[in-house]
Design a binder for this molecule. Sequence first.
Ligand code: ADP
Ligand code: MG
Length: 491
Amino acid sequence: MSENNNRNPRFIIESPTGDWEVVIGLEIHAQITSNSKLFSGSSASYGGEPMSHVSLVDAAMPGMLPVINKQCVRQAVKTGLGLQAEINKYSVFDRKNYFYPDLPQGYQISQFKHPIVGEGIVKVTLKDGSDIYVRIERLHLEQDAGKSFHDIDPQSTYIDLNRSGVALMEIVTKPDLRSAEEAKLFVTKLRTILRYLETCDGNMEEGSLRADINVSVRRPGDELGTRCEIKNVNSIKFIGMAIDYESKRQIDEIESGNEISQETRLFDISTGKTRSMRSKEEAHDYRYFPDPDLLPLNLSQDFIDEIVKELPELPDDKKDRLMEQYKLNSYDADILVSDKKYAKYFEVVAKGRDPKLSVNWISGELFSALNRLSLDIDQSPITADNLGELIDLIIDGTLSGRLAKDVFEIMLETQKSAKLIVNEQGMSQITDESSIEKLVDKIIDENSDKVAQAKEKPKMVGWFVGQVIKESQGKANPSKVNELVLKKIGL
Ligand code: ADP
Ligand code: MG
């Protein structure tokens, strides 16, 4: 798999000077879902009054000692298993030393030479339906820093340590991505996996998931080029924009006869450009060394086995199962597994019903309604059981497709069941011949002049059908109407 990734260019940028290939590797920071921080008992929840989730450990008071949070270790192992990665039973916490106002210890506790998780793999399905495999290099545990505010006061910087010490997983990929599109799909897939595992909520707006993006360009077949690292991008859209800008910038530089110098850059969301932050020469020397306050982690096989037992069905497995069990195509299955709540909703709707019709209603009507109302599927005014009942009424002929859409809208507003609405409002489809015949006769009588025209121009039949359906307030079964109109006009 890795060889393929490197040998066959998947995405080429053409230029008068020849072809270019973009190479991307990501370092993702994912905040671990846990009640308390990595080495203290303070709350790890987002927000809160400034400085309200800060223990003496988080504030780095002298003499305070870190105590590892077992739940965070479990979450990291669980994530490693979800990434099909090697779990390292032996791992070590190191101090990464740097000076920054929102880092009260003067160092971050991280893992350097011995991370808790080693190499893994993530399958990503591209838009054209083909799959790529992105190799994970490692996953390690580390603390988050506090937050500085430079815009509250003109003279001072304010610091909030609520985030200080919150547990992060840094997930590092090999340089296996080849375009902005691939990087975006990879992050989306990784976020889905983390959410299935419930090890990170994936909320990019709240900073729970953010990416450092390494970008370089090369002529296809060449060795890797010099990379630049774009720090801390926190939306999937911006990840794409940053890669597109940065790769073009590097190509322009090289084509103008300049060299790329390895540096750290920032993505400016207001301009859509990246700009230099510091060069390699100015890069920090972190003086890593094992943290003397913490013992190495030694995980037992039992501890790991217990976590294996708790693993949920993951997106790739769920996709395979849905395709097999419900005979769905890959496209529909991808939509359903992109969020485990979608798949769960689907399986209730599809129970004993046509799966294709079920997906269509979910990914069509339901998703667009939820989108319009800015609601998540678990806040849907229409429960899965109620949507299923609506589909039953379509299947048994009570509702035409059009009427069903009207009933769906009323269900959205009233949260009533489909049957109740149909009964209350007399919305069921008219299918019996004699009722439809009466309507057809009426329209034909009223438009006798057009009957002659219709005989000449059979396209006119559509007009009659439309009139009859209108007369029935949308309730007459269209194919029956069509049949009767043809018969009455004598075509
Ligand atoms: P460092 O230790 O300096 O952070 P690593 O070798 O660990 O560097 O790589 C960090 C990230 O950069 C990884 O995601 C890796 O895939 C990516 N990377 C390394 N070399 C390149 C390159 N030439 N082009 C693009 N990405 C790269
Ligand atoms: Mg790095």
